[in-house]
Design a protein around this ligand. Structure first.
Ligand SMILES: *[C@@H]1O[C@H](CO)[C@@H](O)[C@H](O)[C@H]1NC(C)=O
Ligand SMILES: *[C@@H]1O[C@H](CO)[C@@H](O)[C@H](O)[C@H]1NC(C)=O
Ligand SMILES: *[C@@H]1O[C@H](CO)[C@@H](O)[C@H](O)[C@H]1NC(C)=O
Length: 423
């Protein structure tokens, strides 16, 4: 018996599962030629992905979706997913949504990316008002227009607004206020988006990613306002010098990625003191968080070493993270052109985490400068629980590397149980 015959002996439910794993509806349809057995199977596949990159010719894609939705025979569709990267007549999309309303759809995902269109897509009105099955909406380079009718997103859990342009600031925040079950939000502010202060007040939110596009002008009045008491994951990248106001504590945040050039990052760090895993790149080490705040649960810390202040930041973070187990130092952004040297002031007392919890130190892009050697030396001398130190250098110069290894081996002698790895 051939492999094809053996596959065709499998029960329909299993074959439909297999078909559901294919990347898009076009691939699913292609299986109808495999054999008699497959001829009609594709009509009942419960997961439909329509991706307009699959069908290059404009117009053909619309007809393909139209027909597919008419002949579709699956009583219940688990996922109906549109990936649209061209400009469609609103009418096209309306027809698809109306057709979709004829089935039971558990999850509808719409992705519209008009970043490569000559003119941006304007989101059709009924997406705000009639898509009750919409669970995921991802928009890139789209214009949202104000139709002054109430919006309706009863099932929306994931929303992504990248380089989206809004009629005005109120519109952006009121859009979010209609998303009562939203769990994940991603925003990228871009140039000319009509929003200076982006306000996120979403009580159900668990995951929040806020970025400011590099194409935006530097503006100190630019900012984010956040009220998301249930947040668990927080990611903010903003190199445009604005600010971030957090209206309430976020006691459930366990993971955070904070990379900002704000002059007062105090409020951010002060609101996420429950964090366990933290990435930090700040241009300042002053005014980090309210006095006497400990980052009690912090276990994994990655600190970017691109900034002149990073050594002070390191000292503060070591002092205030009594449970830290793993520290990673990484020069992530590359050094600015006129880099000032950072200075290391050995702390007057050994931080608690060095005495009781810090087990691993990883240093990426170690250069072997005087300051770096002093930091490593301090860790070896005073890190009583240090088990493993991994150092990687970006240098290709063998002699320089050999020199670094010699120096490191010399410093590690005072920490006999610690293992050193170098590459
Ligand atoms: C929905 O189903 C009805 C009855 O089967 C059919 O007449 C109608 O054309 C369908 N609507 C769409 C938009 O496909
Ligand atoms: C942004 O605001 C200006 C001025 O109010 C307005 O003319 C423009 O249409 C707005 N942009 C969008 C995308 O609505
Ligand atoms: C760190 O350890 C060294 C050697 O044991 C010791 O001389 C030094 O005082 C310690 N540093 C602090 C801040 O206690």
């Amino acid at each position: 018996m051939s492999l094809m015959d053996r596959i065709s002996d499998l029960p329909d439910t299993l074959l439909l599962r297999v078909l559901s794993l294919l990347p898009s509806a076009k691939d699913v349809v292609a299986t109808m030629v495999l054999s008699k057995r497959w001829e009609f199977l594709w009509l009942s596949v419960p997961r439909l992905v329509f991706d307009d990159q699959d069908i290059v010719e404009f117009g053909k894609f619309s007809r393909f979706v139209d027909r597919y939705l008419i002949v579709n025979d699956a009583p219940e569709i688990e996922t109906l997913h549109f990936k649209l990267s061209r400009r469609y007549a609103a009418q096209d999309i309306i027809v698809w949504m109306r057709a979709a309303n004829n089935f039971t759809v558990d999850e509808m995902i719409i992705e519209i990316d008009s970043s490569s269109c000559a003119s941006p897509v304007i989101l059709p009105k009924f997406l705000y008002t009639e898509c009750t099955m919409l669970v995921t909406l991802k928009l890139n380079s789209v214009i949202l227009a104000d139709f002054s009718s109430p919006m309706f997103f009863p099932s929306l859990k994931t929303l992504s607004l990248l380089s989206v342009r809004y009629p005005d600031e109120e519109f952006a925040s009121s859009l979010l206020s209609y998303c009562h079950v939203l769990e994940s939000l991603e925003v990228e502010k871009c140039r000319d988006d009509n929003v200076t202060l982006f306000t996120v007040r979403v009580p159900s939110l668990k995951r929040l990613v806020l970025h400011t596009s590099e194409n935006r002008d530097r503006d100190d009045s630019d900012g984010f306002v956040i009220n998301a008491p249930c947040l668990e994951y927080f990611n903010i990248i903003d190199h445009k010098g604005g600010f971030c106001v957090i209206e309430n504590d976020m006691p459930n945040v366990v993971e955070a990625y904070v990379d900002v050039t704000h002059s007062h990052p105090r409020m951010i760090l002060g609101s996420i003191t429950s964090v366990k895993r933290l990435y930090l790149c700040l241009s300042t080490s002053k005014d980090l968080y309210p006095d006497d705040t400990l980052v009690h649960r912090l276990v994994h810390l990655t600190l970017c070493t691109c900034d002149t202040e990073w050594l002070n930041l390191l000292v503060s973070m070591l002092r205030d993270s009594p449970s830290l187990r793993a520290l990673k130092l990484e020069q992530y952004h590359g050094l600015p052109a006129h880099h000032l040297r950072a200075y290391w002031n050995e702390p007057s007392s050994v931080p608690v985490c060095l005495l009781s919890s810090l087990e691993t130190l990883e240093w990426v892009n170690y250069e072997g400068t005087e300051e770096e050697k002093e930091v490593v030396g301090f860790m070896f001398r005073n890190g009583s629980c240090l088990k493993k130190v991994t150092i990687s250098s970006k240098s290709n110069d063998c002699n320089k590397k050999l020199e670094m290894i010699k120096e490191l081996t010399w410093s590690i002698r005072c920490s006999p149980t610690c293992q050193l790895a170098f590459d």
